[in-house]
Design a protein around this ligand. Structure first.
Ligand SMILES: CC(C)(COP(=O)(O)OP(=O)(O)OC[C@H]1O[C@@H](n2cnc3c(N)ncnc32)[C@H](O)[C@@H]1OP(=O)(O)O)[C@@H](O)C(=O)NCCC(=O)NCCS
Length: 396
């Protein structure tokens, strides 16, 4: 038991809990590094498949390796029929993140090597999970809308397959490339809440399905991945530029939160938002309706001014601020924005589970087990009589 606990109720901010070679977020400079590369330099230049390989194998693939990796993703894309059947039995209004979380854990039932915890086997399971996460999200959207699931197409890549499996239509090159870039930008982000959840579960030596489904649960929260859906709902609620001032004032004066602004680490605009914003603009132009992009831009400007005025601080856009309008223009249902985040982040979670279980902090990975300070009741005697603590203790 440690006698001096330096941090309480701080959400571990500023506290380094492990070493990692996977990624780094430099909040002051606005840099996101994947295995030594800035994410902004990879975005649009390498595919999500290449970024996934990079995260898992610590380097970008050569041509033949990429071919094999892509083929492996394609082989793994289909869901077991029993899993699809069980999805069909769920209530149609089940929350997509709940469906994703439980379907991922159900995949463990159909893994013939579930008890094989070797590095090789966990990588295989991880690749399968990266591939199948997209299929689960797309398949659920079909099922809940009373449509038959669309089989993946082995001839097209991961980004195009996701759009094809939920919409039934093959996307063109521009749409594929924008979605692929968005996946690339969301693939990894160091020790954020969901990654820490996945690593914490992995540190118990639980299997990878348990670890990454914990990641999905954590990502579903409003202050984490759930923010992108809420950004779009906020834009729809504001509706037009002339309502922005009132919205900002009402929200800030009532102690509310403006979604898509602020970040636990970045002290400048999120580098990912800077790439997503122009893509949102182009997609808006493509659909002939730049309203949501324009509204986001104006909201960003006015919110930054209002934070300075009312709170005396600078506020910055985070990744969710422009991904919301981008996904909306792509025709992705608003409540699938966060599951789409998970489709991408699965690559990062898998890399972290591997690192936690096989190459974690020296000398060897350890079970996370923080302390807490008890501030509840205590009768103050060597032997407590229940009645002295309170009647509810006895009866509840
Ligand atoms: C992400 C978030 C939880 C980080 O919060 P944080 O670590 O407290 O951020 P900061 O320390 O920079 O906040 C400084 C102040 O600005 C406030 N603030 C930060 N972001 C805000 C937002 N989006 N809306 C209103 N106020 C905000 C904080 O509450 C804090 O106010 P206080 O000093 O009166 O307590 C917060 O910015 C937030 O809730 N953002 C909206 C949700 C979102 O977009 N999440 C996705 C993150 S990728």
């Amino acid at each position: 038991m440690s006698e001096c606990i330096p941090l309480l109720n701080t959400g571990l901010r500023g506290f380094t809990v492990a070493t990692t070679k996977i990624s780094d977020v430099n909040g002051a400079e606005g840099k996101l590094i994947y295995r030594g590369f800035q994410a902004k330099d990879l975005a649009g230049k390498v595919s999500f498949e290449e970024v996934s390989f990079l995260l898992l194998y610590e380097r970008l693939p050569v041509k033949s390796e990429l071919k094999d990796f892509t083929a492996k993703l394609a082989e793994n894309r289909k869901l077991p029929p029993q899993v699809i059947e069980s999805m069909k039995n769920r209530p149609k209004d089940a929350l997509p993140m709940d469906v994703l979380m439980s379907t991922i854990s159900m995949l463990a039932d159909y893994d013939p090597d579930i008890n094989d915890n070797s590095h090789e086997s966990v990588i295989e399971k991880g690749i399968s999970l990266i591939s199948k996460t997209a299929t689960i999200v797309a398949t659920w959207d079909r099922i809940r809308n009373g449509r038959e699931p669309v089989n993946p197409d082995p001839e097209i890549g991961h980004a195009a397959n996701f759009i094809y499996m939920y919409s039934g239509e093959k996307p063109d090159e521009e749409l594929t490339s924008f979605f692929d870039t968005a996946l690339t930008l969301h693939a990894e982000h160091s020790f954020n809440a969901s990654t820490f959840s996945a690593r914490q579960v992995a540190s118990t030596k639980a299997h990878i399905f348990a670890a990454v489904s914990a990641g999905v649960g954590s990502l579903s929260g409003a202050l984490h991945g759930g923010a992108n859906t809420r950004v779009m709902l906020m834009l729809l609620k504001i509706g037009s530029a002339d309502a922005i001032d009132d919205y900002i004032n009402n929200t800030l004066d009532s102690g509310g939160v403006i979604m898509g602004l602020g970040h636990a680490v970045y002290q400048v605009d999120d580098p990912r938002a800077l790439i997503l914003a122009p893509m949102s603009k182009i997609m808006g132009e493509r659909t002939g309706d730049t309203r949501w992009y324009d509204l986001s831009k104006e909201l960003e400007k006015k919110a930054k001014e209002a934070f300075k005025l009312k709170k005396g601080i600078d506020i910055f856009v985070n990744v969710d601020f422009y991904s919301a309008s981008l996904y909306y223009y792509m025709g992705i249902p608003v409540d699938l924005f966060t599951p789409v985040f998970a489709v991408s982040r699965m690559a990062g979670w898998v890399a972290h589970v591997l690192e936690e279980q096989f190459a974690g902090a020296a000398p060897k990975p350890v079970l996370y087990r923080p302390e807490s300070e008890y501030i509840g009741e205590y009768c103050g005697k060597d032997e407590c009589v229940f009645e002295e603590i309170g009647e509810r203790t006895v009866t509840d």
